[in-house]
Design a protein. Structure first.
Length: 310
């Protein structure tokens, strides 16, 4: 009797692209076509609760359209590493597959996806004393040191991303070895599925206009001011682990003092997101190694190609 063919491994689509490139919309369209879909977040902003508009989280209608996981589950004060994300995401995928669900991973955080897809090296845990020393430096000093000693990590991180800049410097001080060097020794994890990596690569002009619409039109309509007022009322300063970037300290200063003006903060937030998108394009084109790259936003033919490859 001939040997039975081994069962094919489940295929997990992974949607990555710059912010405002249409990842979430594509995930929802894929979810319509798959049995028992589960959309799994891979965005380091959207794991935090309390400010869904600032973080461009799925809307109530999106959540109702398909089950979602790993969105809005951490308080802004909690830290969450790429390794912790990868472990939680793998556990979520394993449970989903056992339950007959069809996971779809979607997000724009490269180091989260790298940890999930490739695994992480055994980078030492932070020494609290070393971390305290690094935190005593101001943000400009920290970033200058990082540029000088670990330019690869510096290029990936925003100067105001306190949590990750501090982590990179702590690793450097503890080990004498740049974080980027540790990350280059990553090993692929063993898992019972295979990835279909879909890269969204729309024209930059499309993303820039989508971001302008988001910050100047959509977010104010959704209640951005009330959301920032609620953060201020809870005593947040913008220095918390989950509140890095997005001009949040400036938003909080605006609602508390009126200075800077709303238009100025909007422009700062827009500029920050455009710079973030620039780094995401770089990761998409240099590191993500897409199985399928979609150059046109919301292209039905490209969506059909994704579905055909599942």
């Amino acid at each position: 009797m001939p040997n039975a063919r081994p069962a094919a491994l489940p295929v997990i689509p992974v949607l990555f692209g710059p912010t405002a490139s249409g990842k979430s919309a594509l995930a929802l369209r894929l979810a319509e076509k798959l049995p028992k879909p589960l959309i799994i977040n891979a965005d380091s902003r959207q794991i935090y609760q309390g400010f869904p508009i600032l973080n461009a989280c799925p809307s109530a209608a999106d959540y109702a359209a398909a089950p979602h996981a790993l969105y809005e589950f951490l308080a802004p004060t909690q830290r969450f590493s790429a390794a912790a994300y990868a472990q939680k995401a793998r556990e979520t995928i394993e449970i989903a597959l056992k339950n007959g669900q069809s996971p779809i991973v979607v997000g724009g955080t490269g180091f989260y996806l790298r940890a999930l897809l490739e695994g992480l090296s055994q980078i030492p845990a932070s020494d609290p004393l070393v971390e305290t020393e690094v935190l005593a430096l101001d943000a400009a000093q920290r970033y200058e040191i990082l540029i000088k000693n670990d330019p690869i990590s510096a290029a990936r991180l925003h100067p105001n991303d306190t949590q990750r800049v501090v982590r990179a410097l702590v690793v450097l001080r503890q080990t004498g070895k740049p974080l980027s060097s540790w990350q280059n020794t990553e090993k692929s994890p063993t898992q019972g599925w295979r990835w279909l990596k879909v890269g969204l690569n729309p024209p930059r002009a499309f993303v820039h206009e989508a971001l302008r619409q988001r910050w100047e039109v959509e977010n104010p309509k959704r209640g951005l001011l009330a959301e920032i007022q609620a953060l201020a009322a809870k005593g947040y300063t913008g220095a918390e682990a989950g509140l890095g970037g997005l001009a949040i300290p400036l938003w909080l200063a605006h609602v508390r003092t009126g200075n800077p003006a709303w238009a100025q903060v909007t422009q700062k937030a827009l500029e920050a997101d455009r710079q973030y998108a620039k780094r995401q394009y770089t990761w998409l084109n240099n590191s993500f190694k897409s199985d399928i790259k979609l150059d046109a936003p919301a292209d039905p033919a490209a969506l059909a190609e994704v579905l055909a490859n599942l």
